[in-house]
Design a protein around this ligand. Structure first.
Ligand code: NAP
Length: 488
C-alpha cells in the first residue's frame, strides 16, 4: 500500500492507497488510447470547453485541495492558493490558444507551375497530435506541475490524451484533483480516458507506463536522476518516443561590482528572499552566485549573510529531500567550499546555507556543480570576466542565468550575454530567477542537465508544440484542405 505523510510532522497522513496493478495500468492506457481516437480530431472550441471546465473544477474545490496540499507538502495556504490560481490560469490560457487556432497552425504552400526545383505541387505543412502522453508530476508544485499542470493542459490542447503518474509526495492531493477532473469530463459527456492516473511504490509503474507501446510521448518534471532513468527507458523501447524532461538546474546569478553597488540593500534582500522562497524548492532557485573579486562584492556578501540569518525557511517537502539537502551541502564542503553560513539542525525545517569557493576549485570539482535542492547557494569568486565566462561554460546547462550589470553595451557585456545565452533557456537582466511567468515568450528548459530537449519549453504557449508532429499534405483533397490544419 502507498502511504502519504504530513510534511511538517512526518506522521502518516490519510488512508493508505492501493498501488495501480498491472491490469489497471493496461486499462488506463487503453482508455487513453481510445479517447485519443476522437480527441485528436476535435476542434478548438471543444478543447477549450474541456480545459475551461478543468480550471473551474479546481477553483470550485479550492478549499479542500489547498488543505490537502498544505498537509502533504507544507508549502502553506498563501503559496498554494497562488499556485492553484496559476494552474487555472494555465488551463484557460491553453483553452484560448486552442480556440485561437494555435494548436492548428499550418503553412500553406500553393502549387507552382513548371518543373523542379522551382515548380512544385500544392503542399500544406500541418501538425498532428502524437497520441497518449505519459505525464510525471513533480513534488514541488502539487498543482502547477502535477495532475492538471502545464504538461497536461498543453497536451490536451494539442489533441493528446494523458496518463498521469501521481507523485508519491502528494498522493491525496493528486487523487482529489483527479476525481474533480473526472467529474468535469463526465459532465461534459467526454470520454474519461482523456485523463487517466496511475500510482505505485517504487519505479515500476512509471517505467512500465513509459515503455507501453501505446504511449507516444513522456513529459516529466523532477530530478536529474529520475528524468535520466525515464528518458533512457523511453529511448530503449523498440520504437523510441520523445521524452520531455525538465530536470535540475543551478541558475547562476552573475553580478558586476558596479551593479552590486547600485543595487545596495534592496538587491541583498531580494536575493536572500529568492534563495529561501518555498524553502529553496524551486527549479529556478539561485544556487550559484558568480562574483568578481572587489570591495563591493565582499560588502554585498557580508550583507547577504546577515540577511539570510534572518530568514526562517519552512519544512521541506519530504524527509528524503531534507536529507539530500544535508548530503549536498556536506559534499560541497568536502569538495573545497568554505561555509559562510552553515547551521545544521536535525529538523525538517532547515537553516539557509551559504558557502564560497574560488573559480578554479569550482571548475575542477564536479560535486560543486551539482544542484543542491533547498535554501543553499554557493558563491564562486572570479578574477576576471574571462574566468566568469569559464565558470558559466563549466555549468554547461541551466534553466536560467541572471546578469546584473549588463546595462552598458561593451565588448565584455557582449561576451557575458553570449556566455549566458549559450547555457540557459532564460536570461534575466533584472530581478531574480524564481517565478516563471506563463506567457507567450517564456522558455523553461535549457541544455542538459536542465532539460532533456533544450529546443522545447514546458512552460508558456510553446509547450503545446512538444505534442504536435509536423506532416506535409501534398495535393490534398479539397475537404482536407478545408479543415485548415485541424486533423481528421
Ligand atoms: P523526482 O524524485 O525525480 O520525481 C518526479 C517523478 O518521477 C515522480 O513521479 C517519481 O516517482 C518519478 N521517478 C523518479 N525517479 C524515477 C525512476 N528512476 N524511475 C521511474 N520513475 C521515477 O523529482 P521531485 O522530487 O519531484 O523534484 C525535485 C527535483 O525536480 C529538483 O531537482 C528540482 O530542481 C527538479 N525540478 C525541476 C523543474 C524544472 O522545470 N526543470 C521543476 C520542478 C522541479 P515517485 O513519486 O514514486 O518518487
Amino acid at each position: 500500500m502507498l502511504q502519504s505523510f504530513n510534511a511538517r510532522t512526518q506522521e502518516p497522513f490519510g488512508a493508505a492507497l492501493a498501488p495501480t496493478t498491472a491490469a489497471e495500468l493496461e486499462a488506463a492506457i487503453q482508455a487513453a488510447d481510445h479517447a485519443f481516437d476522437t480527441w485528436q480530431a476535435s476542434d478548438g472550441n471543444t478543447r477549450a470547453k474541456l480545459l475551461n471546465a478543468l480550471a473551474e473544477a479546481i477553483e470550485y474545490d479550492r478549499e479542500k485541495l489547498v488543505e490537502l496540499a498544505d498537509a502533504e507538502t507544507g508549502l502553506g495556504p498563501v503559496r498554494l492558493n497562488g499556485e492553484l490560481d496559476r494552474t487555472a490560469f494555465q488551463l484557460r490560457r491553453f483553452a484560448t490558444l486552442a480556440q485561437n487556432g494555435g494548436a492548428f497552425a499550418f503553412t500553406d504552400d500553393p502549387a507552382v507551375a513548371g518543373g523542379p526545383p522551382v515548380g512544385h505541387p500544392h503542399m500544406m505543412r500541418v501538425r498532428v497530435p502524437l497520441g497518449p502522453v505519459a505525464m510525471f508530476s513533480a513534488s514541488n508544485f502539487p498543482f502547477a506541475f502535477s495532475v492538471l499542470g502545464g504538461d497536461t493542459a498543453s497536451a490536451l490542447a494539442a489533441g493528446c490524451s494523458v496518463v498521469v503518474k501521481a507523485h508519491s509526495g502528494h498522493l491525496h492531493t493528486s487523487q482529489r484533483v483527479f476525481e474533480q477532473a473526472q467529474h468535469a469530463i463526465e459532465k461534459l459527456g467526454m470520454p474519461k480516458g482523456l485523463l487517466q492516473m496511475v500510482q505505485g511504490a517504487g519505479n515500476d509503474v512509471g517505467v512500465n507506463l513509459i515503455k507501453h507501446p501505446r504511449i507516444a510521448a513522456g513529459a516529466f518534471t523532477g530530478s536529474t536522476r529520475g528524468g535520466a532513468a525515464l528518458r533512457d527507458a523511453a529511448r530503449a523501447r523498440v520504437r523510441p518516443i520523445p521524452f520531455y524532461g525538465e530536470l535540475g538546474s543551478i541558475n547562476p546569478v552573475v553580478a558586476t561590482p558596479a551593479a552590486l553597488k547600485v543595487g545596495g540593500d534592496a538587491l541583498v534582500q531580494t536575493l536572500a528572499g529568492s534563495i529561501t522562497l518555498g524553502c529553496g524548492q524551486f527549479c529556478t532557485n539561485p544556487g550559484l552566485l558568480v562574483l568578481q573579486r572587489s570591495a563591493e562584492s565582499t560588502e554585498f556578501v557580508n550583507h547577504l549573510v546577515e540577511a539570510l540569518k534572518t530568514q526562517k525557511p519552512h519544512a521541506m517537502l519530504t524527509k528524503a529531500m531534507r536529507q539530500s539537502l544535508d548530503h549536498g551541502t556536506a559534499a560541497q564542503l568536502a569538495a573545497g567550499a568554505k561555509a559562510l553560513l552553515h547551521n545544521p539542525v536535525n529538523d525538517i525545517n532547515p537553516n539557509p546555507y551559504l558557502a564560497e569557493v574560488d573559480a578554479k576549485t569550482f571548475m575542477a570539482q564536479h560535486a560543486l556543480q551539482e544542484e543542491v535542492f533547498g535554501p543553499a547557494t554557493l558563491i564562486v569568486w572570479t578574477d576576471s570576466v574571462d574566468e566568469t565566462l569559464d565558470v558559466l561554460h563549466t555549468v554547461g546547462g541551466t534553466l536560467t542565468v541572471t546578469l546584473w550589470g549588463a546595462e552598458q553595451e561593451s565588448a565584455d557585456t557582449h561576451r557575458l550575454v553570449r556566455g549566458a545565452t549559450a547555457i540557459a533557456g532564460r536570461v534575466l537582466f533584472a530581478g531574480v530567477p524564481t517565478g516563471v511567468a506563463v506567457t507567450a515568450a517564456q522558455q523553461h528548459g535549457g541544455p542538459w542537465p536542465s532539460s532533456t530537449e533544450p529546443m522545447t519549453t514546458s512552460v508558456g504557449d510553446a509547450a503545446v508544440d512538444r505534442f504536435l508532429r509536423p506532416v506535409c499534405l501534398q495535393d490534398m483533397p479539397a475537404w482536407l484542405y478545408k479543415r485548415q490544419g485541424q486533423p481528421c
